[in-house]
Write a protein that binds this ligand. Structure first.
Ligand code: SF4
Length: 293
């Protein structure tokens, strides 16, 4: 970490993480909420063996409605980089189809170091909120096989209101281009699982169909609509501080979700996952109880 303080993510808050916590809520050592086989990622990523999901605590985005609220606010167990590398190895040994790094943007140097100690033979997924520093992403070039950003906002006013990040739409576009540059064409192996490329997600928010359409327009411009994957997610639940924001203090209406999916169809995304028929309940939120850490 540079002496002038941390500038890893677009917040560039400049905190000396050797001495205190940054805006992201964590110091210099990796903090994890859970590291375990995970069965709820999109089917192109993992079969019945599951993903080797490593859930990092803290977040540089801290959305008010975060679906993993306590974890994003930094609650977890502090570990060393050596232990992080061991966790990657353990998950691979358990048969994980991939190593799925969930919200690790504020630990990029530590992740890089751990991947140098143990380079998994299964794909490494960088699963993030999309609000990434281009400069930091460049340091992952060659280490990440699949980028999985949740592209949240095209509307800067919503990004400011819910994530205190009015620059999100611009920052996330630059980041997505860098992700695409690194991984190139999306490829799927003989086993039917994705080996390399981009799976962009978008969580549809209540009352924000226009925001979602703008996100899809952006994704359509940057991604390869025939090869890259898109996942339009309907499982929004009013978690965290959502009750302070009446317009998002409710579930998504089916009509809102259908409108966004129809727009994705209009834009001709060929590899799109949608969630019709699935219940948007909280049964897919794992317990962040330190399992596997
Ligand atoms: S990663 Fe954390 S400490 Fe570093 S700039 Fe971002 S918010 Fe600040």
């Amino acid at each position: 970490m540079k002496e002038e303080g941390c500038r890893l993510c677009p917040r560039k808050c400049g905190v000396d993480r050797n001495a205190k916590k940054g805006y992201c809520g964590v110091g210099k050592d990796p903090v994890l909420g859970r590291a375990a086989l995970h069965y709820w990622e999109e089917p192109i990523l993992a079969d019945e063996r599951g993903s080797g999901a490593v859930f990092f605590a803290g977040c540089s985005l801290k959305c008010v409605y975060c679906q993993n609220y306590e974890l994003s606010r930094g609650r977890g167990k502090e570990i060393s980089v050596a232990r992080l590398a061991d966790i990657f190895r353990e998950l691979q040994d358990k048969g994980a189809c991939n190593i799925d790094l969930v919200t690790g943007s504020h630990f990029i140097p530590q992740i890089r170091e751990a991947l140098t100690v143990f380079r998994p033979s299964v794909p490494v997924i960088f699963n993030c909120g999309g609000y990434e520093s281009e400069e930091s992403l460049k340091t992952l070039d060659g280490l990440v096989d699949i980028y999985m950003p949740d592209f949240k906002y095209s509307d800067g006013a919503l990004a400011e209101r819910y994530s205190h990040a009015p620059d999100y739409p611009v920052v996330a576009q630059v980041a997505l281009k860098e992700m695409k540059r690194q991984v190139g064409e999306t490829t799927v192996g003989k086993d039917g699982l994705m080996k390399k490329g981009i799976l962009a997600r978008h969580l549809v928010l209540p009352g924000a169909v226009g925001n979602s359409r703008g996100v899809l327009d952006t994704l359509a411009r940057i991604l390869d609509r025939k090869k890259d994957y898109l996942s339009v997610m309907s499982q929004y639940i009013p978690f965290g501080e959502a009750e302070k924001y009446p317009e998002i203090n409710r579930r998504l209406k089916p009509i809102e979700y259908k409108a966004v999916v129809a727009y994705a169809e209009k834009l001709a995304f060929e590899n799109a996952f949608v969630q019709y028929g699935e219940s948007a309940d909280d049964s897919f939120v794992p317990l962040f109880d330190g399992t596997g850490v």
